[in-house]
Design a protein around this ligand. Structure first.
Ligand SMILES: [Zn+2]
Ligand SMILES: [Zn+2]
Length: 264
């Protein structure tokens, strides 16, 4: 069995998510028979079940949150119930930053009891073993809440996910150190008018140019990024850097084996 990422949503930011201009269901990773749902935002359960063919939450090995903002965690409790057959089958792993369980928790205490194993993520830690894969965290991102990137290693294949956060010196180097074959980057803003804790398109290209994965995928677009036409931007960057660059869209399936093999 191969590896793939199903984008159950490619939208980010409050405005896009509130209007569902793009869906916000997060990403469904398959590494062989190991399956992990990452960042199940609002609508994640519906998007998983309505994908063709459906993603089956009862087959999930883990649910992982990069951070607790709503566009990444809105459906986490619904997914936990679905993964555990309504709580009747205690199973699966939940990986989330420690503050997802604090006073302003997003994981409800009652659904937490349905999960077999809970990993409270800390910076630059791991491996956390899930099925056939190992998960490592990045250094802490500069974002309003505790936020970590996730590095997945499976059978020699390396896939990294760079979630939301502000650009800072050392961010790209931290990801480059994991030598990802595939790098998924959340790029919410096109240009910075509000000085927000998010990557702009310029920041995102800088990171990809420094990390130089075989395949880069952009997702989690805000309004201005959508207006700037992500597929066009991806194509330009692909020519510029000489590596495969893809703009995700709702229900896009990244066939990791095929894309990485083509990039060799
Ligand atoms: Zn976000
Ligand atoms: Zn956020």
């Amino acid at each position: 069995m191969g590896s793939s990422i199903i984008f159950l949503g490619s939208g980010g930011a409050r405005f896009v998510v509130a209007r569902q201009l793009r869906a916000s269901g997060g990403m469904w990773f398959r590494f062989g028979s190991t399956q992990i749902h990452v960042d199940p935002g609002p609508g994640a359960l519906v998007r998983a079940l309505s994908h063709v063919p459906p993603c089956n939450p009862r087959e999930l090995d883990a649910i992982a949150l990069s951070h607790k903002h709503l566009d990444h965690s809105g459906d986490v409790n619904a997914l936990i119930e679905a993964m555990t057959s309504g709580g009747f089958r205690r199973r699966g792993t939940l990986l989330a930053p420690a503050d997802a369980f604090d006073d302003e928790h997003v994981v409800l205490p009652y659904t937490l009891r349905f999960v077999e194993r809970v990993e409270r993520l800390t910076a630059s830690s791991g491996p956390y073993r899930v099925g056939a894969i190992e998960v490592f965290t990045s250094m802490r991102h500069v974002h309003a809440v505790e936020t970590y990137g996730l590095h997945f290693v499976y059978d020699g294949l390396r896939v990294s996910y760079l979630p939301c956060g502000r650009y800072f010196d050392g961010l790209a180097a931290d990801y480059a150190a994991h030598r990802p074959d595939v790098l998924v980057v959340n790029v919410l803003r096109f240009a910075d008018q509000m000085n927000a804790d998010h990557l702009t398109w310029q920041d995102a290209r800088r990171v990809v140019a420094e990390v130089r994965p075989k395949v880069a995928v952009f997702s989690h677009f805000g309004t201005k990024m959508l207006e700037a036409d992500p597929p066009r931007l991806a194509e330009q960057l692909e020519d510029e850097l000489g590596l495969r660059v893809i703009a995700a869209y709702d229900d896009y399936v990244l066939d990791i084996d095929t894309e990485v093999a083509a990039a060799l």
